[in-house]
Design a protein around this ligand. Structure first.
Ligand code: PMP
Length: 366
């Protein structure tokens, strides 16, 4: 029986699955494949969640998120942007925000533009809603070529997705790049969607949001990376009221709400300074860049916790297979790109693991 709908075929997780399946068979792998911080959720956040559970706050929350969380996030956003027409709701992680953005804004046949390399979800989610992905290659330096992006925009383009700092490259866009993209979107009447999940991991103090230059920008953010809360599923989206209202309506019939106890944890998270962790990750960034830069062609990441070097030999998949034989787990670039020439290293790992990874990678580079 052919009971699988066509839209499900938009998804192909085989590439990453292969790496994880291999990992399960290894005794002591050097795991530089994981897209989540290696520190645990800070205790005050856990306590607030446990208190919520013990205090009986276990039911559905209102769709838009518990008032204390929504109000705190709203006041942070208001302080940052003067836009009069800006509303916010709490989502089931950044992924939930991305799904609802696509469902709310993309009609079948509409085009969605984003830079290549890109976060794995952008392409399948675009296809899920019947849209057409339009990746814009930005090799070899992963910078924005505004003319190329402008050329990719057609009368059918609905969204321009910006992700800075980026997964998988770690690249932080400059203020000029962000301004260029935000203004281009405005001029061409395209919605700019900014995935800011890595904004806390800003090593050189240069994060700028497209919302600074475009009052209709839709911003998606969350607690997964900043506070190591990937399993808690709490994020938020802010943007023009009309869009947020429609997205909230769709959330009511899909995710329903972010888990209520986790939302109480998230309120506490807003008072937990994460600067020490960010400083530690800056140091890890320096460690991996110093360890590899003479052997690999790489762009120094300004944020997030990834490096995306060129694979020796020029083929990402073949190189990752060689790495797996050495029990080193990294991800082939084709998972994040139309081309298979690079590989992703995550430095969200202990220093000991990073050191082992550097040693193995130096050997593999020959
Ligand atoms: N956007 C980017 C760029 C990501 O790397 C991730 C997680 N890997 C997400 C969104 C999704 O994060 P979450 O749903 O946990 O908030």
């Amino acid at each position: 029986m052919n009971w699988i709908a066509d839209r499900a075929r938009a998804f192909d997780s085989s590439g990453i699955r292969k790496v994880f399946e291999m990992a399960a068979t290894m005794k002591n792998p050097i795991n530089l494949s994981i897209g989540q911080p290696d520190f645990d959720v800070p205790p005050p956040i856990k306590d607030a969640c446990v208190d919520a559970i013990q205090g009986g706050k276990n039911a559905y929350s209102v769709t838009q998120g518990i008032a204390p969380l929504r109000e705190r996030l709203t006041s942070i956003v208001r302080a940052e942007y003067p836009h009069p027409d800006r509303s916010l709701f709490v989502t089931s992680g950044t992924s939930g925000g991305l799904v609802l953005t696509m469902m709310t804004l993309v009609n079948p046949g509409d085009e969605v533009v984003f830079l290549d390399p890109y976060f794995v979800m952008y392409e399948p989610l675009t296809k899920l809603v019947g849209g057409v992905p339009r990746p814009v290659p930005c090799y070899p330096d992963f910078r924005v070529d505004l003319d190329r992006v402008a050329d990719a925009i057609t009368p059918k383009t609905k969204l321009l997705i910006v992700n800075s700092p980026a997964n998988p490259t770690g690249v932080m866009l400059t203020e000029e790049e962000v301004r260029g993209l935000a203004e281009l979107a405005k001029e061409r009447n395209v919605a700019v969607v900014s995935d800011e999940i890595y904004r806390a991991f800003d090593y050189d103090g240069s994060f700028v949001s497209p919302a600074k230059f475009n009052d209709r920008a839709i911003v998606i953010d969350g607690f997964s990376k900043s506070h190591a809360m990937t399993g808690w599923r709490v994020g938020w989206v802010h943007g023009p009221q009309e869009v947020i209202q429609e997205m909230t309506k769709l959330q009511q019939y899909s995710f329903v709400c972010a888990p209520q106890p986790c939302q109480w944890g998230a309120v506490a998270a807003l008072d937990v300074p994460m600067d020490d962790h960010v400083a530690d990750y800056r140091r890890k960034r320096d460690l991996i860049v110093e360890g590899l830069k003479d052997k690999y062609e790489l762009v120094v990441p300004g944020g997030a916790f990834y490096v995306f070097p060129k694979a020796p030999g020029g083929n990402g998949t073949k190189f990752v297979e060689r790495c797996l034989k050495e029990e080193l787990l990294v991800i082939p670039g084709k998972i994040f790109s139309g081309q298979d020439t690079h590989f992703r290293i995550s430095f969200a790992a202990s220093d000991a693991t990073i050191e082992r990874g550097i040693e193995a990678l130096r050997k593999l580079a020959g």
